[in-house]
Unconditional design. Structure first.
Length: 148
């Protein structure tokens, strides 16, 4: 499995959020807008972080928000939100976050493959900064496409 679909409607650049919950809610809203999830999935993503801590902050400046597959996941999808001002998730090494990915995978058996495909994108040390500085959705799609 490659990267999950990234619709232009699932990209928001330079968003203003008050904290990590709003950042994750934005990523969840983008997944809903793209038709990948229902709103309940966003609540699940936030609850997972509340219960398990900032494990979603997987690299300096990058959070990968996700939750378990369930009835609120309608299709595989990826969302990308860049933040005008980075926010803290409480991670001891990788805060603050300026790029939030939202990930939804409809079949739990494909979840690890999707995460691995995303990890390959971010093996390039410039990918996070390139996304954070993207000015258009085309810039984001180019960054993600160049590294697929």
């Amino acid at each position: 499995m490659g990267l999950p679909p990234l619709a232009e409607t699932a990209i928001e650049l330079g968003a203003h959020v008050a904290g990590w919950r709003q950042a994750v809610a934005l990523a969840g809203d983008l997944l809903v807008r793209a038709g990948a999830t229902r709103a309940g999935y966003t609540d699940d993503m936030i609850r997972m972080i509340e219960e398990n801590g900032p494990y979603v902050v997987i690299a300096p400046g990058l959070a990968l928000a996700h939750a378990r597959t369930g009835p609120d996941v309608l299709a595989d999808g990826l969302a990308i939100a860049t933040l005008a001002t980075p926010v803290a998730f409480g991670h001891p090494h990788n805060d603050p976050v300026h790029v939030v990915l939202g990930l939804a995978i409809a079949d739990a058996r494909r979840h690890l493959a999707a995460v691995a495909a995303l990890a390959n994108v971010f093996n390039d040390s410039t990918a996070i900064d390139d996304l954070a500085s993207a000015r258009t959705t085309d810039d984001v799609l180019r960054v993600m496409g160049e590294r697929r």
